[in-house]
Design a protein around this ligand. Structure first.
Ligand code: MSP
Length: 652
């Protein structure tokens, strides 16, 4: 029986143009949708735009255009993003569409009919950036705790949703669905929040007009989150007449997975199931909250002014390389740093070197030694069998990891296979076998197994890098395969290869050159040559000396909080930090001035080596060392945590 798989991205606000953050969620959802299609599921993949609310009204005014024109324009940019990034969404929903107004009003009526909506007065602090009332106790220096923006005092008549009534039903639901929110530690946050007690939620506004009118009381428009969350049902046909719409709702609801950023977890894991319960509809099956892309240590966002444009990376590295980078770099649920250095390093190491070389050496040798036709494998020896086992194991592992949304791990597994095949080729030295006619059988076996592994590799990278997968298949002369049929040894001997072409040519430019490239200077990467035998021997990895656990434990790594930070006169690299180590306050000199401004650091938790001997740097005594990572020749990035830890906490 066919399994349904319905996956959604958040619908994006249209007060800003799309950036890497929006691109990320959309690309991950796309990879998931593609993987499920390869597994034979009946997939429905939805993305779109969230277009109502005061901040859209204001952004349009600021741009000097009417709100609808403004909305059409930015929604167009998000649609374009989908095209630019090879996204295979089945629908693109806009909340300004009539079908959505109908659906949101239908949901409202059902909740109201259940007695869960009432009218009252509301006064409180409202953040127009996040469209949310912030309880006074949560304000940070009088500002919104989430975005740091200004809050306004608002008093208005409002409809309320009886959220308090759903505290126990929500807790019961969470207990019955232990995998409802992933990762688990995020689920715990939601649970604790609900356990602490819920207040009724104001779900209408009278202070602006750009929204969906409340049924039978058009002076009110719906709170944007009531409106926005409903989109996931609208796209299936909820609120529309006719049995077809009804059938589609039943087909894909509630087997839905909402992929979101962690900042909108509460709305999805709490408000949304409560609204649905009130309407007599089952809550969604799963909410997956991913982390944030950081730039210079802060969340990439329009309001922080530190966004990276996806277009710039597509232009220099190509769509597939961008898709690969973000999915390889950010493990599910954790934050990750976005940097040009990171993208360039992964491009050259993983794509050009590991994958690119495998493709080019395998196909080139089949052309050279076998007239471009896949040879028959003949007898297998132990080395061939071990490669086959590796292929089989990797297929199983990749499928399992995708099913758990662990795309990063799936890619790591695939790259282990790629490196295994590269080593297999080096061990066999087919270029030497080709010189000895009596070794023909071994040469054929080697090239067959390498090409077979490459065919499987193409299938496994397909959800993440669909274009590269297709190009490998063209070079191999094979067709796309479902994951359900994928096994080692599936390559047909006698298959005629297509022409070999460079897949990910190394980018030899420096970061400086890449940054200053104009749009028509598309990257002119070095030609990816067919590997010569000499090049095919990777340098043997040097044995790193190991330390014992006791030696490691001598290093006292601790969490510390930065109390003060200042530049050190005449030093380009050094900053003087005063930190709280939980036990004392001390001065540490850190070589991070080129990457961080002093004011970005105050209040931040860092990791220090607490028992380092003091040293004087530029005349200042430093009592410890700050931990940061840095790519070759790149800027340091401070080590951090995805949850706050108190100063003094041990790190190991
Ligand atoms: N409109 C609401 C969502 C309503 S869903 C019913 C919204 N829109 S948004 O435009 O602010 O998009 C937020 C989403 O964009 C995040 O949840 C995440 O999916 C993605 N990201 C935006 N910035 C991001 C990062 N810096 N890093 C990772 N993802 C980010 O909230």
């Amino acid at each position: 029986m066919t399994r349904q798989f319905y996956i959604t991205t958040p619908i994006y606000y249209i007060n800003a143009q799309p950036h890497i953050g929006h691109a990320y969620t959309t690309m991950v959802a796309d990879a998931m949708a593609r993987s499920q299609r390869l597994l034979g599921a009946d997939v429905f993949f939805l993305t779109g735009t969230d277009e109502h609310g005061q901040k859209v009204e204001r952004a349009a005014q600021k741009a000097g255009v009417d709100t609808r024109t403004f909305a059409n324009d930015v929604a167009g940019s998000f649609r374009q993003m989908c095209r630019d990034l090879s996204i295979t969404n089945d629908d693109f929903i806009r909340t300004t569409e009539p079908r959505h107004h109908r659906a949101a009003q239908a949901l409202w009526r059902r909740v109201a009919a259940n007695g869960d909506i009432y009218k009252g007065d509301y006064e409180g602090w409202y953040c127009t950036v996040d469209e949310i009332f912030v309880p006074e106790t949560q304000l940070v220096d009088g500002r919104c705790p989430t975005c740091g923006g200004k809050v306004e005092r608002l008093k208005e008549q409002s409809y309320y949703f009886r959220l308090s009534k759903y505290q126990q039903p929500l807790l019961d639901f969470y207990r019955a669905h232990p995998a409802f929110v992933q990762p688990d530690f995020r689920f715990n946050e939601v649970r604790s929040f609900v356990e602490a007690g819920l207040q009724d939620l104001s779900i209408s506004r009278t202070s602006f007009r750009w929204g969906i009118p409340v049924p039978d009381d058009p002076a009110h428009v719906m709170y944007v989150w009531f409106d926005a969350l409903t989109n996931y049902l609208t796209a299936l046909g909820f609120g529309a007449d006719g049995s077809e719409a009804q059938a589609r709702v039943e087909r894909y609801w509630p087997v839905v997975i909402h992929l979101i950023g962690k900042e909108i977890l509460r709305q999805h894991a709490l408000y949304w199931p409560a609204f649905l319960m009130a309407a007599g509809i089952n809550p969604p099956e799963r909410i997956i909250a991913h982390g944030w892309w950081l730039m210079g240590g802060a969340k990439m966002s329009k309001s922080a002014g530190n966004v990276a444009r996806y277009q710039d990376y597509v232009r220099v590295f190509g769509v597939d390389a961008l898709r690969y980078f973000v999915m390889r770099e950010m493990p599910l649920g954790l934050d990750a740093n976005f940097s040009d250095e990171g993208v360039l390093t992964r491009f050259n190491a993983d794509l050009a070197n590991d994958l690119g070389n495998l493709v080019s050496r395998t196909t080139t040798m089949i052309h050279r030694y076998c007239d471009g036709v896949v040879p028959a494998p003949g007898e297998r020896d132990e080395l061939d069998a071990s490669l086959e086992r590796q292929i089989g194991g990797t297929i199983g592992a990749v499928v399992r990891q995708f099913e758990q949304f662990q795309i990063t791990v799936a890619l790591q597994e695939t790259w282990e296979l790629i490196r295994f095949v590269n080593q297999y080729i080096v061990k066999r030295e087919p270029w030497a076998l080709a010189k000895r006619p009596e070794q023909r059988a071994m040469l054929d076996a080697t090239l067959y197994h390498a090409a077979d592994a490459l065919r499987v590799t193409a299938a496994l990278i397909d959800p993440v890098m669909p274009e590269a997968a297709e190009r490998i298949r063209r070079m191999l002369g094979t067709a796309q395969e479902r994951w359900t049929d994928l096994t080692a040894g599936g390559l047909q001997p006698g298959t005629r290869l297509g022409p070999t072409e460079p897949l990910f040519p190394r980018i030899e430019k420096t970061l400086e050159e890449l940054r200053t490239m104009t749009p028509d200077e598309t990257p002119a990467p070095a030609e990816q040559k067919a590997a010569t035998p000499a090049e095919q021997k990777p340098a043997a990895p040097a044995e790193e000396p190991r330390v014992t656990i006791d030696e490691f434990m001598k290093v006292d790594l601790r969490v510390a909080k930065v109390l003060e930070a200042e530049a050190i006169p005449k030093s380009k690299k050094l900053l003087k930090l005063k930190v709280d180590t939980g036990r004392d306050q001390r001065t540490i000199v850190a070589g991070i001035a080129e990457a961080y401004q002093p004011e970005q650091l105050v209040g931040r938790s860092i990791v220090i080596v607490a028992n380092l001997q003091p040293a004087k740097l530029m005349g200042v005594e430093s009592n410890g060392m700050v931990l940061a990572g840095s790519p070759d020749g790149g800027q340091p990035v401070l080590v951090g945590f995805d949850q706050d830890l108190p100063p003094g906490a041990r790190v190991r």
